[in-house]
Design a binder for this molecule. Sequence first.
Ligand code: FEO
Length: 169
Amino acid sequence: MISTNIAELLNQQITNEQFAAQYYLSMSAWFYARDLDGIANYFRVQSKEELMHADKMFDYLNDVGAPIIMGTIEKPPHEFSSSTEIFIKALEHERLVTKSIFNILKNANDEGDFATVSFLQWFVTEQIEEEASASQLVTKIKMVSENPSALYLFDQELAQRVFLPTEGN
Ligand code: FEO
């Protein structure tokens, strides 16, 4: 059994991940509305990944017999000024998620809750990848956003992304 503090932090993180899923869907919709379906696909897949992250935490709480209490998911922004702004906001959001995961990890470590420390290792690795990929996309969108031919190719590239649920195992 984990402490009430860790259970609350993990429950809150489930809501954070679900908010991230909503946020990325909102970004996806912005690109669909501009016929950039490849970039829209990228954010849609990203949204599914966030739900998978929430599911992993849900399963963990269930495995350790902790209460699972669903929180309120805030409405995400839906107005953005440019493609570049969206990619920057996505990177900023990933950094926030990393901070939040580290905070739970620190609490678990301080409490000697090594089961949760071990569980969260997967998320630490995942956040390194998520931040690296979000950062690379900020660089790329800055290169291509003002060039329609380059933007077309970038859109084609991101159309290739598929959701692989097994990556979460
Ligand atoms: Fe669940 Fe993108 O962090």
